[in-house]
Design a binder for this molecule. Structure first.
Ligand SMILES: *[C@@H]1O[C@H](CO)[C@@H](O)[C@H](O)[C@H]1NC(C)=O
Ligand SMILES: *[C@@H]1O[C@H](CO)[C@@H](O)[C@H](O)[C@H]1NC(C)=O
Ligand SMILES: *[C@@H]1O[C@H](CO)[C@@H](O)[C@H](O)[C@H]1NC(C)=O
Length: 404
């Protein structure tokens, strides 16, 4: 809730008095209409430079609120970097009714790490709009086994503070749809992600190395993780999010590198998983690492035919012998609560805690978990090196080792 409160304070206490005390003058609100910078709303001509120039002027303007307006229409756009720091105190991009479309040749975006990338900005918001990255041609290239570029993340924020993304739709990203990296105070609300259930690496929202992040009221259908939570994520709250198709909400993969910060204080509340490969997952490579996961609350989730509704996999290692020679994980996983998780599992093993003998999972608590199997099979739990306790109704029956 700290996050929510912060944002309310930000809007009410700060904006309102500003408006009341200083009558709007030309430098309080300034509008930068991309049409004035030569953007083409028919989508025929490229609008990349128009958007970049509008950003540069809005960012350097120095007023209190600078707004970049992208009017109704379709805009053809290559990779753009929106860099800070800005002289303007708040910069917002309003795109309601607009669709930004990537060029048909996937190589134009494919070689960049991001399509729209915001770097080093503060007090910046992106509101409305559809981002259509035209991913399928790159996915097809990857499927064919040919040599293809890695692909671009559709929208990324890096090294940025006080960020809002609201009512935005991302369609068919080449890689991740939205990425939040090294940011503080981020609010993502009313986002829709749409991509094929088979599309490779198209995570909906990826968060890492970031603090105070709120993801609300969003609907994510994609081919990879709905939301992926990487190393160094602290104080993340996810609430009222629907996932599916895709791989569910995942903390990890962790221990990708030997030296990485932990994941701490995560709340995932009131979520729905429909036909996903996983529901609530924590996943770590079986390798040495300084990483850890501590304090995760999974509360009120509804599973509709999810394949692995609840899963901790501390022994992840697709290529055993080379990548995890000793199969030891040093990523400590502790204080994980599952409360009010119910619905149907597509497989009989509805709960799987596969932890490492060298470094067992501790403090797992299950309360009111009720998962049934679609075809009347009895659901089961599977535990390895998993310590904790079950309270209230818990089905499948808990296999946690109650050692305390
Ligand atoms: C961000 O907004 C706050 C509140 O209006 C303001 O105090 C601060 O200076 C802004 N930050 C930047 C970098 O402009
Ligand atoms: C979950 O969210 C939905 C709307 O997204 C709401 O109708 C419902 O009451 C919420 N359920 C709980 C248990 O909070
Ligand atoms: C596993 O090894 C194969 C062959 O060495 C490689 O192509 C593949 O990318 C590896 N997979 C992972 C997840 O490391």
């Amino acid at each position: 809730m700290a996050c929510l409160a912060d944002h309310l304070v930000w809007t009410l206490l700060l904006f309102l008095p500003l408006l009341l005390l200083s009558p709007p003058s030309s430098s309080t609100f300034t509008l930068f209409d991309v049409l004035d910078f030569g953007a083409d709303p028919t989508g025929a001509a490229d609008s990349t430079l128009a958007l970049r120039d509008a950003w540069t002027l809005a960012c350097d303007h120095g007023g209190i609120f600078a707004t970049i307006l992208v009017r109704r229409g379709s805009y053809l756009l290559g990779p753009v970097r929106f860099r800070g720091p800005c002289k303007s105190r708040h910069v917002s991009m309003r795109m309601g009714g607009a669709t930004l479309v990537a060029p048909p040749d996937y190589r134009v975006l494919g070689g960049s790490s991001s399509w729209l990338s915001f770097d080093g900005v503060s007090n910046t918001s992106v509101h409305g709009g559809v981002l259509d990255a035209k991913g399928p041609s790159l996915w097809a290239c990857k499927d064919s086994g040919r040599n293809c570029p890695g692909g671009a993340t559709t929208l990324s924020f890096t090294n940025s503070n006080n960020i809002r993304i609201k009512d935005l739709t991302s369609v068919d990203s080449q890689m991740f749809h939205i990425s939040i990296n090294r940011c503080r105070n981020v609010r993502i609300q009313g986002v829709r992600v749409k991509a094929d259930g088979d599309s490779p690496n198209t995570d909906g929202i990826h968060v890492q190395l970031s603090t105070n992040v709120l993801i609300l009221l969003s609907d994510i259908a994609t081919g990879d993780d709905c939301i992926s939570i990487g190393p160094g994520t602290r104080n993340l709250r996810i609430q009222r999010v629907r996932c599916g198709p895709g791989h569910g909400i995942s903390i990890g993969s962790l221990a990708r590198s030997e030296n990485e910060p932990g994941v701490q204080n995560i709340i995932v509340k009131n979520t729905t998983f429909q036909g996903t490969q996983n529901g609530l997952r924590i996943k770590s490579w079986a390798r040495p690492s300084t990483g850890f996961v501590q304090g995760v609350h999974f509360i009120d989730a509804r599973m509709i035919n999810a394949h692995n509704p609840i899963i901790i996999d501390q022994n992840y290692c697709p290529n055993d012998s080379q990548t995890c020679p000793n199969q030891e994980s040093s990523v400590k996983i502790s204080d994980i609560l599952y409360r009010g998780i119910q619905g149907t599992s597509a497989t009989p093993i509805a709960v799987r805690f596969d932890c490492n003998a060298e470094n067992p999972c501790t403090g797992i608590r299950m309360r009111n978990v009720y998962l049934t199997c679609l075809d009347d099979e009895v659901t089961r739990s599977s535990c390895a090196n998993a310590n904790g306790e079950a309270l209230g109704t818990v089905q499948p029956r808990s296999c946690l080792y109650e050692n305390s």
